[in-house]
Design a protein around this ligand. Structure first.
Ligand SMILES: [Zn+2]
Length: 417
């Protein structure tokens, strides 16, 4: 084991700039996860990059080694609309409630949401405060929120914008962002901007997929182009401390297959650091999140998971079963490309997002159809490409199950459920 680790090349960490970034998981050549293709685009060359993750032994941040230009990801035709999922709608209602009940609320206090998407959370917070601003660089989703009457600036959040916001609206008492930190390539700039925009006693709350869940659930499909980073409390504390900020509370939450909600403030704030931060740092230390060996072991388990999935699909195909994919998700793009599953295995992928229907999956070119098409001629098996929505999907598709249909899930190992 030691021999293989010491032979691993070093790269430069994007955050601390030291040459201690050690690659550990290579998911291979990958298209942009949300770049669904039209039939005309199928014959054109497709953009791909190497989906390769590394762990920095100096600042403990897990990150992508090669990244995609954010302008290719968060553009004016961004395909993910938060409001499409009922589970997420309920989740954001609960978050808005926490904000109003627990974090000092007053209608005049200024609130900024970074990455406000189609306004799903911003709309709920606006019910409590008249002084809310959303920041959303993808203009098409920002426009959806603006059409609801919400105040949204369609730009990337950085120090320049933070300075302007302070001048125009006063320092923020609350900055909130759901599933957004991991999307920002320059987190030093983000932390600096956060310090600029935040009131001295202001609070920030962020929710992002949690590295410990990814590792313990073997959820390698959380790793894709839009997620530049995979956070632990250890790595985020290290980052924020370098920029005069501090975490004072952390909570594990179930969304996106396992996330972490962090609460932070300026280092010199009167708020005291709560026991939850100390406890989670200890848990992470016990689980080896500061050691490269743990990541090498994770990568080995991911390879085994792929073998089990390919073997199960092969077996069912040899038995003449009809298999389809369910949910044209970003996760699905990673799974299908990493495991080499194409249109020769899955007849189609069904999805309830109208803008994806009629398109094809990135890299693997499987046609995407509506849920109605699925219901009109049930296959034998539906491989769920959004395992974190398994319960929601299973409850909704009781008719499929009652007609003998079965779902397939792939982690930690492939199985029929
Ligand atoms: Zn580093």
């Amino acid at each position: 084991m030691n021999g293989s680790i010491s032979s691993i090349e070093n790269h430069t960490c994007r955050l601390c700039d030291k040459s201690t970034l050690r690659p550990f998981l290579d998911l291979g050549s990958m298209p942009i996860a949300n770049a669904f293709l039209s039939s005309e685009q199928l014959s054109e060359p497709e953009y791909t990059f190497n989906l390769y993750t590394g762990f920095c032994e100096s600042c403990f941040m897990v990150q992508l080694i090669d990244t995609v230009d954010p302008n290719l990801l968060f553009h004016d035709n961004y395909a993910y609309f938060s409001s499409i999922s009922n589970v997420m709608d309920q989740h954001f209602a609960a978050l808005a409630n926490i904000i109003s009940n627990e974090i000092f609320y007053d209608e005049e206090l200024s609130v900024i949401e970074i990455g406000s998407n189609d306004g799903i959370l911003l709309e709920k917070i606006s019910g409590y405060s008249s002084n809310t601003i959303g920041i959303e660089p993808s203009s098409n989703v920002a426009e959806v929120a603006q059409n609801k009457g919400l105040k949204v600036v369609s730009e990337f959040f950085n120090s320049d914008l933070a300075g302007k916001l302070v001048m125009d609206y006063n320092p923020a008492q609350l900055v909130v962002g759901a599933n957004v930190l991991c999307h920002i390539p320059d987190l030093n700039e983000l932390a600096h901007a956060l310090n600029t925009v935040l009131d001295d006693e202001g609070v920030f709350i962020f929710e992002d997929p949690y590295l410990l869940d990814i590792m313990s659930k073997l959820a390698y499909d959380q790793i894709y182009d839009e997620h530049f980073y995979y956070f632990s409390v250890t790595s985020l504390s290290t980052l924020f401390e370098r920029h005069g900020l501090r975490l004072f509370r952390v909570e594990q939450i179930p969304v996106h297959g396992g996330s972490m909600r962090i609460y932070g403030c300026k280092s010199e704030s009167r708020r005291s650091t709560e026991q939850s931060v100390v406890n989670q740092l200890q848990i992470e230390n016990d689980k080896g999140l500061s050691n490269l060996e743990s990541y090498i072991a994770f990568a080995d388990s991911v390879k085994k998971s792929r073998l089990s999935l390919v073997a199960l699909l092969d077996k069912l195909q040899n038995e003449g079963k009809r298999i389809v994919g369910y949910a044209a998700s970003s996760k699905g793009t990673v799974i299908l490309n990493y495991c080499g599953i194409g249109a020769d295995v899955l007849e189609y992928v069904c999805d309830n997002t109208p803008s994806k229907q009629g398109l094809f999956t990135p890299g693997t070119h499987i046609p995407i159809v509506s849920i109605e098409s699925f219901a009109s001629d049930y296959p034998d098996y539906a491989f769920v490409l959004a395992w974190n929505h398994m319960k929601e999907i299973s409850d909704k598709e009781s008719e499929f199950r009652s007609q003998g249909g079965r779902f397939i899930t792939h982690i930690p190992e492939a199985r029929i459920v």
